[in-house]
Structure formats: structure tokens, C-alpha cells
Design a binder for this molecule. Structure first.
Ligand code: ASP
Length: 590
């Protein structure tokens, strides 16, 4: 038997027992005639003691053991003289009688400590060592418990977990697909699913009534901290439901998960349901961080045409936020904020500020263009008080300017410590527009996806003014992160065909791409709807992580590479030949 106990379970009441432990050497130190080794496994760390006076040979053997060696020991549990209250096993140690080296280890390239000296790249290359660190392991443990709780909850509500295929067909609309060549069908390709959207809808047509799946999804998009090319969704679909049924059920699930996994009570009250247009107006975002206020105030009436500042006079949007108590911001701090909004990611042309002085007067960067009366008007509209700092963004494109102001609001929220990771503000954003205009494609695109049902009262607008059509779609947002989203679906072949038409599909192309779905709708499709939660985002939110990468066992880096496996990589010519593929210029993409 390799072990009778783990390294995390021995306590004072075990004193006197003979045990066998196995694990990794966290560290060892020699003090006088004694050698101490901290032995680690997934469950904890236990201190081992070797005494030269008792067994010189054994002690010498112990002294040769390096970090991360895998060893097995037999010994007796005894009470420690100097206890360590910080460790669960800190009251005891093991007096070792037998030592067996199961495997040696090279010196690890970084320290296996929570506070490691390893940089990101190195840790990713040796991810299996990184995963030995307890803080990383804890994230995977949390993820496991989270998945169990999800399954428990959904099972209790009658959901069936059903697997859908990973090799599916490529569909337009949405992100870019990862495609997989088919050897048996030369010149043809599978695609990896961006989500099992149409398949789960077909499961509803099949009468499964309530489906869920914890499922890998693949999107070939540019990566950010909260995006990976493959990620996991908790994908759900229900039949005979309206938007309100789905919202209520998944709100209950969110509350359950917060309580079970995070020990956090979200209270009895239903979450706020914020219409998309209001979210954009008040926060410039469809995923507002509601842990703090600092709402937008529109300033077009106050500042456009009331002075000689050309930028404002030409703006399609002027909006401000009021940073309480920040009037003391130095030139340097204001320059930092200006550079922040002017950075390439945010792209604002500039930042206008106004300080409210102790005497109530206003001192601003655009003083010379406005009369003191206009500036007082600004103060009143912003409901600013002495000591406050007003920050203003404007632009010729209202949507862009709002998004820039949104970034500034979040930045100020962070600077003022208003975005506490241990506080959670959840809400639903509802009434999304059905379509958004794409400059790149020069046509309307589905804002959610093309299977989303329009609000019934807006259906006539599909013929006259589709841009005004609202969708029966909803997103769940937590702390400025979209943690899930879904919609009521179209279940009528004719309406589905009409949506494809608005999206610019010819009937032939719609039939070719989505015929399988529209045909299925001819055989008694029930009304249905659903939602998908982003598992990685939930777990990182619960664990307080900055990046979803930290809760994924083997994540990809920002260029979509797995640096440990060195993937993606070239393949043999033979493999290409089998697939009837020839590369135009393998270095072209470099
Ligand atoms: N399939 C959708 C998505 O991945 C979610 C849904 O509508 O259920 O965003």
C-alpha cells in the first residue's frame, strides 16, 4: 500500500499512530542533527522529521532528497513541540522510520509556492508544475464543486444532460469557426461548435423538454483576458416557456450557486431587469458594473452650442460622470486619465474635466470657452458638490463616445476602490435590439444569434424598420461581466425564413445553411428558449481571478497557443496528402 493517510488529514488525536504517507517534497531544511521535510499532496502538507541521533543512515538519505522528489515514508505521528497554527496539520509531525524514494525530480524551473517566482510563460510551459501550487489547485477544486452544484440543481428541476457532437457543420453568422478537414470526405470540412445552439433546439423539437450540457465551445476570435478559443458553457434549453420562466429559474440557480459555492447570500429580491437602451444610456455598456453608481449624465443641452468649444459644438454625444471627492486630483493624475482615454484601446480624442472648488465655483479645462453661468449649470446638472471632479467625454459617434465614457467610469471605479471583488451585483439586461449594423459587412447582423425571437409586437417592423425590432433576449450580468445570455427562440419556419431574409440570405442559401432547422420546425416544434452560462467566467468570478485562464487546467495563451504542448503545430506532408490539402505558403501567416 502506497499510503495509509494523506498529507492533509493527520491531527493531534492521531498521535502515536503508525502511518505511511506518499507525496512531493515541498522543502527540506537541516537544523543541527535534525532534518525536516515538508511533504505535500493534493490534501495538504505534513512535516516529517529525521533524527541523526536515532538513525544516521536514514538522515543522510533524507539529506540527499531535493525539492519535488516523490517519496514514501513510514513513521509515527507525534505532537510537535513548536506548533504551526497556520497549517491544519501544524500540531503534529511524523518521526520517520523508513524512507523510500519513488521518483527523483530535476530542480523545478520555478518555486512551487503560492507566491512563486515563475513568470506567466514559464508557468504555462510547465503547467503540470504550476498546478501543484495550492492556489491554482484550489481554482480547479472550486470548478469541480461548481459543476457538481450545477448538475445537482438542474437535475432537481428535471433537466437531462445530453451530449451533442463536437464535429458539426460550419454555419455563417457568429464568430469565426475552427474547421477540421475530413479525410473520408475529401475537400470537405467539419466545424467545431461555437455553441450547440441549433442542436439544443432540435432536442426541444425531439421532445426532450429540458436539456443541459456542460460543454466545450470553440470560437476563433482574437483573445482577451476573459476569452479563450475553447471555453466551457453551461448550455440550457427549455420547452413551453416564456422569457419570465427562464429568467426566474436561472435567477434561482444563480442564488443557489452563490450560496452553495461562495457562501454569499444574494437575498430574496428578484434581480433588476434593465432594458438594454437604459443600460447604454446610464452606463454606456450592455454589461454594467452595478457595484457602484457614477452614472452618466447627458450634457448636450448644457454644453453644445452654449460656448465656443468646437469639439462640443460638433459632438453627437457629450456625457459626464461625477467622481465624488476627486477635485484634488493633480495635473499628473488628470494627465494619466487623459492618456488612458486616448489610448488606442479606448480611442477618445480627449478628456474634459471640471473641479468644483470649495467655494462652489467651477474650474475646468474648458473655462475659456464658457461663461461661469454655463459652468454652474454644468455643476447643477451633474449634481456635483464642492470637492467633486466632473469628467466629460464627447464624440461625433454617440455609441462610441458612450463606450469610452464607460471605460473611464470603470477606471475611476477601480481607482476609488469601488469594485470590491467580494461584493456581487447581479442584474438582467433585457430588450436587446434584434439586429446591429455591421460597417464591415454593410448589412444588419443578429445581435444575439439568428434564432432569437423578436418581440411579438415588433414583428411587423421586420418589413418596415428592422433596425427598431427588439428581441426576446436577455443577459445575466455580474460585476460588469456577462456571465450568461440567452433568448426565446423562433419556432416557426416562416418567421425564421424572414429573419434570414433581413440578414441578407437568399432563400436558397438559407435553405442550404439552415434547412435542417427550418425543416424540423415543420414537424411540431414547441415554443422554446434557453440560455448559456459561461462556466469559466463564473468560476473566475467566484475565485476572484483576473483572468479565466487561472481556472482552466490547460489554457491557451494570448496567441491561442498551448505552449506546453506546443500547439498548434505543423503536420507531416503525409497527413496533408491524406486530406487532399496543400498549403499555399505556410509562413504567410507569420
Ligand atoms: N448559444 C448562445 C450563446 O452561446 C446562448 C443561448 O442563446 O442559449 O451565446
Amino acid at each position: 500500500m502506497y499510503r495509509t493517510k494523506t498529507c492533509g488529514e493527520l491531527r493531534l488525536e492521531n498521535a502515536g499512530q503508525e502511518v505511511v504517507l506518499a507525496g512531493w517534497v515541498q522543502r527540506s531544511r537541516k537544523m543541527g542533527g535534525m532534518t525536516f521535510i515538508d511533504l505535500r499532496d493534493r490534501y495538504g502538507i505534513t512535516q516529517l522529521v529525521f533524527n541523526e541521533k536515532v538513525d544516521v543512515e536514514l538522515c543522510q538519505k533524507a539529506n540527499k532528497i531535493g525539492r519535488e522528489y516523490v517519496i514514501q515514508i513510514k513513521g509515527t505521528v507525534q505532537e510537535r513541540e513548536s506548533k504551526n497554527a497556520k497549517m491544519p496539520t501544524g500540531d503534529i509531525e511524523i518521526i520517520v522510520q523508513e524512507l523510500n524514494v519513488l521518483n527523483a525530480s530535476d530542480v523545478p524551473p520555478f518555486t512551487i509556492e503560492d507566491n512563486t517566482d515563475g513568470g506567466d510563460d514559464l508557468r504555462m510551459k510547465y503547467r503540470y508544475l504550476d498546478l501543484r501550487r495550492s492556489c491554482v489547485r484550489a481554482n480547479l477544486e472550486l470548478r469541480h464543486r461548481f459543476c457538481l452544484a450545477v448538475r445537482h440543481f438542474l437535475d432537481s428541476k428535471g433537466f437531462l444532460e445530453i451530449e451533442t457532437p463536437v464535429l458539426v457543420g460550419s454555419t455563417p453568422e457568429g464568430a469565426r469557426d475552427f474547421i477540421v478537414p475530413s479525410r473520408m470526405n475529401p475537400g470537405m470540412f467539419y466545424a467545431l461548435p461555437q455553441s450547440p445552439q441549433t442542436l439544443k433546439q432540435l432536442l426541444m423539437v425531439a421532445g426532450m423538454d429540458r436539456y443541459f450540457q456542460i460543454v466545450k465551445c470553440f470560437r476563433d476570435e482574437d483573445l482577451r483576458a476573459d476569452r479563450q478559443p475553447e471555453f466551457t458553457q453551461i448550455d440550457c434549453e427549455m420547452s413551453f416557456v416564456e422569457q419570465d420562466d427562464i429568467i426566474r429559474l436561472f435567477e434561482e440557480m444563480a442564488k443557489y450557486l452563490f450560496k452553495e459555492i461562495r457562501g454569499y447570500d444574494l437575498g430574496e429580491a428578484p434581480f433588476l431587469r434593465l432594458p438594454w437602451s437604459e443600460a447604454m444610456r446610464r452606463f454606456g455598456s450592455d454589461k454594467p458594473d452595478m457595484r457602484f453608481g457614477m452614472e452618466f449624465v447627458e450634457l448636450m443641452d448644457v454644453l453644445k452650442g452654449t460656448g465656443s468649444f468646437g469639439v462640443f459644438n460638433e459632438a453627437a454625444y457629450i456625457g459626464g460622470i461625477c467622481a465624488k471627492g476627486c477635485a484634488h486630483y493633480t495635473r499628473k493624475q488628470l494627465d494619466e486619465l487623459t492618456n488612458f482615454v486616448k489610448s488606442s484601446q479606448i480611442g477618445a480624442k480627449g478628456l474634459v474635466y471640471a473641479r468644483i472648488q470649495d467655494d462652489g465655483s467651477v474650474k475646468s479645462s474648458v473655462d475659456k470657452f464658457y461663461t461661469p453661468e454655463v459652468l454652474q449649470q454644468l455643476k447643477q446638472t451633474m449634481q456635483a458638490e464642492p470637492g467633486d471632479l466632473i469628467l466629460i467625454i464627447s464624440g461625433p459617434d454617440a455609441m462610441k463616445a458612450r463606450k469610452q465614457l464607460c471605460e473611464l467610469r470603470l477606471e475611476m471605479g477601480s481607482r476609488l476602490g469601488l469594485r470590491d471583488k467580494n461584493k456581487f451585483a447581479l442584474l438582467w439586461v433585457v430588450d436587446f435590439p434584434m439586429f446591429e449594423w455591421s460597417d464591415e459587412e454593410q448589412r444588419l447582423m443578429a445581435m444575439h444569434h439568428p434564432f432569437t425571437a423578436p418581440k411579438p409586437e415588433d414583428v411587423p417592423l421586420l418589413d418596415t424598420d428592422p433596425a427598431q425590432v427588439k428581441a426576446n433576449a436577455y443577459d445575466m450580468v455580474c460585476n460588469g461581466v456577462e456571465v450568461g445570455g440567452g433568448s426565446i427562440r423562433i419556432h416557426d419556419a416562416e418567421l425564421q425564413a424572414k429573419i434570414f431574409k433581413v440578414l441578407g440570405f437568399t432563400p436558397e442559401r438559407a435553405q442550404e445553411q439552415f434547412g435542417f432547422l427550418m425543416n424540423a420546425f415543420k414537424y411540431g416544434a414547441p415554443p422554446h428558449g434557453g440560455l448559456a452560462y459561461g462556466l469559466d467566467r463564473w468560476v473566475s468570478l467566484f475565485a476572484g481571478l483576473d483572468s479565466i485562464r487561472d481556472c482552466i487546467a490547460f489554457p491557451k495563451n494570448n496567441s491561442g497557443r498551448d505552449v506546453m504542448l506546443d500547439a498548434p503545430s505543423r503536420v507531416d506532408q503525409k497527413q496533408l496528402d491524406e486530406l487532399y490539402l496543400s498549403l499555399v505558403d505556410p509562413d504567410k501567416g507569420k
